[in-house]
Write a protein that binds this ligand. Structure first.
Ligand code: HEC
Length: 138
């Protein structure tokens, strides 16, 4: 009888020991948490998941590229009263001068949202796009 008891004790000890070997292995969760920075997808950015977007901010894009990407949505159609591309609307606005037009584009005016909602447009990008629209005036 004594033999059986000590065998059971040894067995119990063995189980207890092996349970404590279960080390924490949360490495994957940690990697998941720290990798997020820099891989955020901005709404409306169709380059997500593909090649990295062309360098943002800094006048690396042409006026037309900025206009097409950020301004045409409203200014091509005249949505919400936006001065329409290719029309006399822009001849009317030209009188305000670039300084005022740029300031209003940066800060927003009435239904025109600040920076036309273009988060990666530099001031230079905005000015180029405005000039592009002014040039379209008929
Ligand atoms: C969500 C629609 C929308 C987008 C996008 C948008 N605009 Fe506009 N924009 C407007 C509207 C509406 C007005 C007319 C505001 C007013 O004068 O009442 C306007 C007016 C302007 C004016 C004239 C401001 C003035 O002082 O008369 C400029 C300049 C301008 N937008 C530049 C831009 C540029 C540059 C972009 C792109 C980077 C852009 N907008 C994108 C809606 C938009």
């Amino acid at each position: 009888m004594k033999k059986i008891t000590s065998a059971l004790v040894a067995l119990g000890l063995g189980v207890a020991l092996s349970a404590s070997v279960q080390a924490t292995s949360n490495d994957e969760a940690v990697i998941e948490r720290i990798k997020a920075v820099g891989s955020v997808c901005i709404e409306g950015d169709d380059t997500c998941g593909g090649a990295p977007a062309a360098a943002p901010a800094g006048g690396s894009r042409t006026a037309e590229e900025v206009y097409n990407a950020a301004c045409a949505g409203c200014h091509a159609t005249g949505a919400a009263g936006a001065p329409k591309y290719g029309t006399a609307d822009w001849a009317d606005r030209a009188g305000k001068g670039m300084e005022t037009l740029l300031a209003n584009a940066i800060n927003g005016i009435n239904a025109m949202p600040p920076r036309g909602m273009c988060r990666d447009c530099s001031d230079e990008d905005l000015q180029n796009a405005i000039q592009h629209m002014l040039d379209s005036a008929k």
